[in-house]
Write a protein that binds this ligand. Structure first.
Ligand SMILES: *Cc1c(COP(=O)(O)O)cnc(C)c1O
Length: 349
């Protein structure tokens, strides 16, 4: 796709929109006295509105991920970016989005809120994707394809080659949700950004970066799509405290790199342990910081773990996940307690 044909997919009302112009939009150079935004003049860390385009933070992210800053869009969590993409490109009751089952639940919630139809391609028993039958689900109103890699809740990845094939074959936006990419051996799609104007990559500070509480989602995309999202986002969607904390986190990755290594080591250990339990039917290989497991009596196990003070995620009701429970990898101490509780459950059943 060319960027011109991507821009043709934007909703006409969004393309024609005159965005809200904030005080910080209209005046961006330096001044001594700011009397333009009705702020309280008494200075402390947060008396001023935040930078609506998060310039400093984008510079930090640009250096960290090796992506030019014009290609970066930042949201109040990646959940906000999912919603903005649907609102920018999908006409309610007319257009649709396509994703796979099982996958992350927010694509459907955002589609439902916006009255945009969601279509599904079903993953196979191993949670693998059949590309040609995925592409066969596309119709003339399919504007966005959401793919999560590593996938939540299964933990497996889609290769760069296969994602590239999809970007080439689909005449719409391909959103690759890389919330868990820092735990994965499969590389990020960021290297393909220049090649595919219809590719959008979502990342977040909520998982590996250990900052779910500050709400910061990052997306990489063609600069013309950044411009579209800037038109429709709430002007001050990312607050000053979040911007500052995010810069601090990104500037000091050593600590986090160590944590990621530890989590991956623990993932291997838990995987091997789960495989030895007699009530475990299948352990799904994971490139994320969680493991999905199929067990004999998932409701009984879930309740037992709760009685031990451990909360896991029962995924039984998800498509193809009957009998499955998902464990996030915790600290070595937490994982040890989980293992002890699982052993106890085995003994008692
Ligand atoms: C947790 C998660 C997110 C994170 O969303 P934020 O709004 O950035 O916290 C996004 N996508 C997937 C698949 C996730 O599991």
């Amino acid at each position: 796709m060319t960027i011109a044909s991507v821009l043709n997919l934007v909703r006409p009302n969004v393309a024609a929109l005159t965005p809200y112009s904030s005080a910080r939009d209209e005046f961006t150079s330096d001044a001594k006295i700011f009397l333009d935004a009705n702020e309280n003049p008494y200075n402390w860390a947060f008396n001023r509105y935040p930078d609506p385009y998060q310039k400093k933070l984008k510079e930090a992210i640009s250096e960290w991920r090796g992506v030019d800053k014009q290609h970066i869009f930042i949201g109040n969590g990646s959940d906000e970016i999912i919603d903005l993409l649907i609102r920018a490109f999908c006409e309610p009751k007319v257009d649709n989005i396509l994703t796979v089952r099982p996958s992350y639940g927010m694509y459907k919630v955002s589609a439902d809120i916006n009255e945009v139809q969601i279509k599904y391609h079903n993953l196979d028993e191993k949670f693998e994707l059949d590309f040609d039958s995925l592409l066969a689900c596309v119709d003339t109103q399919t504007k966005i394809l959401f793919l999560c890699s590593p996938n939540n809740p299964s933990g497996n990845c889609i290769s760069i080659e296969n994602l590239s094939y999809i970007c080439q074959s689909f005449n719409g936006l391909v959103v690759v949700d890389e919330a868990y990419i820092d735990f994965a051996a499969t590389p990020s799609m960021v290297s393909k950004l220049k090649e595919f104007p219809n590719l959008i990559i979502l990342q977040t500070l909520s998982k590996a970066m250990g900052a779910a509480g500050i709400r910061l989602g990052v997306a990489f995309m063609h600069t013309e799509i950044v411009t579209i999202l800037n038109k429709i986002k709430p002007p001050y969607n990312v607050n000053s405290a979040t911007q500052e904390i995010a810069i601090d986190i990104i500037s000091d990755m050593e600590n986090i790199d160590g944590q990621i290594q530890q989590i991956k080591t623990e993932r291997t250990s838990l995987f091997q342990f789960l495989d030895t339990l007699n009530f475990v039917e299948e352990v799904f290989p994971s490139e994320a910081n969680f493991i999905l497991v199929r067990v004999k009596d998932v409701f009984k196990l879930y309740d037992f773990l709760l009685s031990q003070g451990i909360v896991a995620r029962n995924r039984d009701k998800e498509f193809r996940c009957q009998g499955c429970i998902r464990f996030t990898i915790g600290t070595p101490e937490e994982n040890e307690q989980l293992k002890q509780s699982l052993l106890l459950f085995q003994q008692q059943n």
